[in-house]
Design a binder for this molecule. Structure first.
Ligand SMILES: Cc1ncc(COP(=O)(O)O)c(C=O)c1O
Length: 366
């Protein structure tokens, strides 16, 4: 038995008849950076998310950093974010010159515990940065209420949540601005690195556009010190093909999650992650919690099942973020998740038999 955590080859087989002509079109026009493919993708992704503006860029980390820079966040500022996330969330804050102020995870969902956010706000706070981890979302209504009361913008880290909905509204359109990653393994993944910023705010969109292409207004006038974080046309062409399939793939992911849920029901040693009320998740990851996670992971790998850990070390325990001044024990829920969370194979092409086999193996190890 060999079951990968994600299977990009299986996905490619289902769309290769669309991918090859799309790539050929780019090669024939030889417009490799920007151009019609990128602007069309930006329009289509904006429509998909339900926002006015999308700016394609180099990757998700740049997307988040540019989003925060557009808000004017910089040295001396604080950004409230969960400690349990991929390092890039904190990296983007630090790259702006600001300080991540961390909050613990909600034990029910594994996502940012929004009830802890207010306690993390200080006079230096400039933004709230929820992470839609696993393709799910925290309590965005409560977060919006807190943001309104404290006059703070919300920056969504939507890198794992393309298409997820809160009260019917898509990730990337709930806060003031959002960053997406199109890293290949994401629900909407490029064939290389790519990312995007989404927003309804014209001023923020303009500020991101300026930054991502050397701070220029036109070819020769540079009004700001920018950077190079442009989306390339080959990635845009791939993303345009894949975007047409995204809803169907997300539906398939939800179906597979239900199969796992069914297989684990009545098995208390395998704890399933809860979903926040009003959220329609897109299961970028299907995560369970088991006590002897590391031994189970090893044994699953020996059986040919590739499981993963997202993430073993929360930000406050990462060596790179030691200077933030947190200590072991500061965020007990996230620390427990770091030891118990196990991501099981999840992709639209996974069969029901494979899900049953993985679940049986996990149950026998838990
Ligand atoms: C939650 C989260 N934030 C940010 C990123 C950064 O995206 P990228 O790798 O495209 O820079 C990722 C993905 O890698 C992610 O999972």
């Amino acid at each position: 038995m060999s079951i990968p955590l994600v299977d990009l080859k299986a996905q490619f087989k289902t769309i290769q008849n669309e991918i090859y002509p799309a790539l050929q079109g780019v090669l024939e026009t030889s417009m490799f950076i920007g151009g019609e493919q990128v602007s069309s993708f930006e329009e289509e992704f904006a429509d998909y998310c339900g926002v006015t503006y999308t700016i394609g860029c180099g990757n998700g980390t740049d997307a988040l950093e540019m989003a925060m820079r557009a808000l004017g966040i910089g040295p001396g500022d604080e950004v409230v974010m969960p400690t349990m996330t991929f390092a890039a969330t904190a990296e983007a804050v630090v790259l702006c010159g600001a300080k991540p102020v961390l909050v613990d995870s909600d034990p029910a969902t594994g996502l940012m515990d929004v009830s802890k956010v207010e306690g993390a706000i200080t006079p230096n706070t400039r933004a709230l940065l929820p992470v839609h981890l696993y393709g799910s979302m925290p309590d965005m209504a409560l977060l919006q209420k807190i943001a309104l009361e404290h006059h703070l913008p919300i920056v969504e880290d939507a890198a794992q949540a393309h298409g997820a909905r809160y009260n019917g509204v898509r990730a990337g359109s709930i806060g003031n601005i959002a960053g997406f990653s199109f890293y290949p393994g994401k629900n909407l993944g490029a064939y290389g690195d790519a990312g995007a910023v989404t927003t309804n705010d014209e001023r923020l969109a303009d500020a991101v556009r300026l930054q991502h292409d050397h701070g220029r207004l036109d070819k020769y006038i540079h009004t700001h010190v920018g950077r190079n974080s442009r989306m390339d046309a080959l990635q845009a062409a791939v993303l345009r093909v894949k975007l047409r399939h995204l809803d169907e793939w997300n539906r398939a992911r939800r179906e597979r999650a239900l199969w796992y849920d069914r297989e684990f029901s009545g098995c208390p040693s395998v704890r399933q992650m809860g979903v926040t009320p009003h959220v329609e998740p897109v299961y970028h990851l299907y995560v369970v919690r088991i006590a002897n996670r590391d031994a189970a992971l090893k044994s699953l790998r020996e059986q040919g099942i590739s499981a993963g850990i997202h993430y073993p070390l929360p930000i406050h325990l990462q060596p790179a973020y030691g200077s933030l001044g947190y200590a072991k024990g500061d965020f007990p829920v996230a620390e427990a998740l770091g030891q118990e969370a196990l991501s099981l194979p999840m992709y639209p092409e996974l069969t029901e038999e494979q899900v049953i086999a993985v679940a049986q193996a996990v149950r026998s190890l838990a």
